[in-house]
Design a protein around this ligand. Structure first.
Ligand code: COA
Length: 377
């Protein structure tokens, strides 16, 4: 047998490319999109501008942003085929599956999916993904599709498509901040799977669909829904006892821990602040959920903080989405539409200097076995 190499299970610590897009400083608890601190962006920027930044590597001038917004707005409409798919898919289908097949259909029927410019396709993907999630939300609840409104901003329109109602400014602003905070996060699992797909010289739609399907798992984007379930489960219990029960039975605290951050996730800090603000106008039930989240957070940090396991982006997202009025089943699809610019940015960056991704496994099985006919086994 060959000499056993060092195996990096989960590709932990493996550098596979150089990138200018995003820096995650796990020790300092800092996050930068193209050099801009996430706190600065959350304070001064918005999702449309950040999407431009991620696709072009620089902040837009006024005219550039106007053209970009116009491109996002004019690509919002979904085809009859996509609307019918969302209407006819079995009712029990989870929204992440519906999002995945709808985006695959969009890619399959888009004229230039295979050979057009990836930058242009990215704008269509960001735009259409928000429409698809809006349509899934509305069709699931009312059977009705609310056509997009070109006069609204990207985030306003997404919220509008969910139920056909225009939202108050503070709700739009809170949602926009959530989208911005989720827009990019370096070489995480979903981004990497998009890159693997594009490395085969597949197309950017297929790469995005790979990323969507990878985001779905509870160790990645699905953690926001799992965290809210946990918070609700622990709501009327003593937080210390509840947390100790999870840990002693070998369970994990959802919305806690990160492969890179060994301190408080800077996005969680901002989301927690936003939640406290949003609670002023929240209903009783949401306030109760948020109180439970604060209690569980404190209890969990006592146990896990010393091990470098702190709240991540997903811990407070559920309570914030509840304040906005977004239903639990849509949390991960909303994460997906937020991450679309980050995915596209990495897919384009990798394909500029493409090399097929094909890692190696260390084979531990046998060789030279004799084939035995089925009747003689
Ligand atoms: C995200 C995650 C997979 C990253 O973990 P990782 O860096 O790969 O760490 P490991 O899975 O190797 O775990 C290392 C140790 O920390 C513990 N740990 C990690 N996350 C934990 C959590 N959320 N709750 C309790 N313990 C946790 C593990 O049990 C393990 O303990 P051990 O060494 O005693 O066996 C992990 O923190 C997790 O499962 N979190 C919950 C899901 C979640 O919130 N995901 C969203 C991420 S943004």
């Amino acid at each position: 047998m060959d000499e056993k190499p060092k195996i990096n299970q989960g590709l932990e610590g493996v550098y596979f490319m150089e990138s200018e897009i995003c820096k995650v400083d796990g020790k300092a608890g800092k996050l930068y999109y193209y050099g801009y601190d996430i706190g600065e962006l959350a304070k001064h920027s918005n999702f449309e501008e950040v999407s431009y930044l991620l696709l072009h590597g620089k902040l837009p001038k006024q005219k550039e942003l106007a053209v970009f917004k116009e491109a996002l707005a004019s690509n919002r409409e979904l085809s009859e085929d996509v609307i019918n798919l969302i209407k006819r898919i079995p009712k029990k289908t989870k929204p992440m599956h519906t999002l995945s097949v709808a985006m695959d259909l969009i890619g399959a029927t888009e004229k230039n999916a295979e050979n057009g410019s990836m930058e242009e396709a990215s704008v269509r993907i960001i735009s259409k993904m928000a429409s698809v999630v809006g349509a899934i939300g509305s069709i699931r609840n009312t059977g009705k599709y609310n056509p997009p409104d070109e006069t609204l901003s990207h985030t306003e329109n997404f919220l509008y498509m969910l139920d056909g109602e225009k939202k108050k400014k503070d709700v739009v602003a809170l949602t926009d901040t959530m989208l911005l905070l989720h827009a990019e996060h370096s070489s995480n699992a979903s981004t990497f799977s998009g890159i693997v797909t594009i490395s085969t010289m597949s197309d950017i739609y297929s790469a995005t669909v790979s990323a969507i399907n990878t985001l779905k798992g509870p160790l990645h984007g699905g953690a926001d829904e799992a965290a809210l379930k946990m918070i609700k489960d622990g709501m009327d219990k003593d937080p210390d006892k509840y947390i100790n029960g999870i840990i002693s039975s070998g369970g994990r605290i959802m919305g806690f821990g990160h492969r890179v951050y060994k301190t408080y996730d800077p996005r969680a800090t901002i989301i927690k602040e936003q939640l406290k603000k949003a609670l002023r106008n929240a209903n009783k039930e949401t306030k109760k959920i948020a109180d439970a989240a604060f209690g569980i957070e404190e209890a969990a940090i006592k146990v896990t903080g010393k091990k470098g396991i702190w709240p991540n982006v997903d811990f407070f997202s559920g309570p914030v989405y509840s304040c906005i009025g977004i239903e639990e089943g849509l949390f991960t699809p909303v994460f997906a539409l937020s991450r679309a610019p980050g995915w596209c940015s990495h897919i384009i960056e990798y394909s500029r200097n493409n090399r097929l991704i094909r890692p190696t496994v260390y084979y531990t099985g046998a060789v030279g076995k004799k084939y035995v006919e089925i009747g003689n086994r």
